[in-house]
Write a protein that binds this ligand. Structure first.
Ligand code: CDP
Ligand code: CDP
Length: 226
């Protein structure tokens, strides 16, 4: 049995998963992996190369040509797609509008899960996503399932996106989150669902610092059983 610690954070769109995961990783000196960024980068490649999502062979071929890498700079996670930095581009609406359809494909999930499991094999790691506690690391020592009021989530994400794109509307963001949550929870292949042993964290009325304290309290006994 491996002795490394895995913290799995899952939940709905824009409910603070990566904010919490990043803060935990920084505090505990763990590796942070944003699994959503991987699905977003694959989606960007599929858009650019006009991959037909109904053509399994095309999807499989495209996946062979995709090489993803994470690197850290200034405590921020950056992702490269075939050596091109795409961290900003993958957050834009064209990717957000298509990512859940791409992430529903069996071939895509199998490849991403394989890579994610490899990353957490021997390192202390915090990973956030939709299926981390259920599929990627079902034996994770700590699982947190995050949720927040959908309107609050949309307002938070809108604020973030508006800084870069003042044309965006709150309605558009709300619709995107609702649509993705629907697709993510109803897909056949490892849908977003709370692992039975996951702790629920509703941060509707919490600041990022408060949610970090909540998680650190849960971790305390895990890291320091004395
Ligand atoms: O940050 P946000 O919550 O908006 O999304 P994300 O974590 O970047 O994930 C983008 C999309 O990738 C999700 O809506 C899911 O469709 C997919 N995803 C997934 O299927 N499984 C994961 N482990 C992570 C993301
Ligand atoms: O990773 P996920 O899509 O679940 O969400 P996120 O990117 O961590 O958070 C979405 C936005 O909500 C960010 O702008 C966070 O700063 C903000 N946030 C917040 O205002 N209060 C919290 N308790 C958690 C996140």
């Amino acid at each position: 049995m491996s002795s490394n610690i895995v913290i799995a954070i899952d939940g709905y769109s824009s409910c603070g998963k990566s904010t919490l995961a990043k803060a935990l990783a920084q505090k505990l000196h763990f590796i942070y992996v944003d699994s959503g960024a991987m699905y977003r980068a694959v989606t960007l490649y599929f858009i650019r190369h006009h991959v037909d999502l109904h053509d399994h062979q095309q999807v499989a071929e495209a996946l062979k040509n995709i090489h993803l890498n994470f690197h850290s700079r200034d405590y921020q996670t950056h992702i490269t797609l075939n050596d091109e930095e795409v961290s900003e581009e993958i957050r834009r609406m064209p990717v957000s509008d298509n990512v859940s359809a791409v992430a529903a494909l069996r071939e895509v999930r199998h490849e991403m899960v394989k890579q994610q499991q490899r990353m957490g094999r021997s390192k202390n790691i915090v990973m956030d996503g939709r299926d981390i506690g259920t599929t990627v690391f079902p034996d994770a020592q700590l699982k947190i399932f995050m949720t927040a009021d959908p309107k609050v989530r949309a307002e938070r994400r809108y604020k973030e996106l508006y800084e870069k794109n003042p044309d965006i509307t709150l309605e558009e963001v709300f619709e995107n989150l609702a649509h993705r949550d629907y697709q993510d929870t109803t897909r056949e292949e490892s849908p977003l669902i709370r692992a039975q042993d996951a702790i629920i964290l509703d941060n509707t009325n919490m600041t990022p610092d408060q949610q970090l304290d909540f998680a650190l309290n849960k971790i305390k006994s895990l890291l320091d059983p004395e």
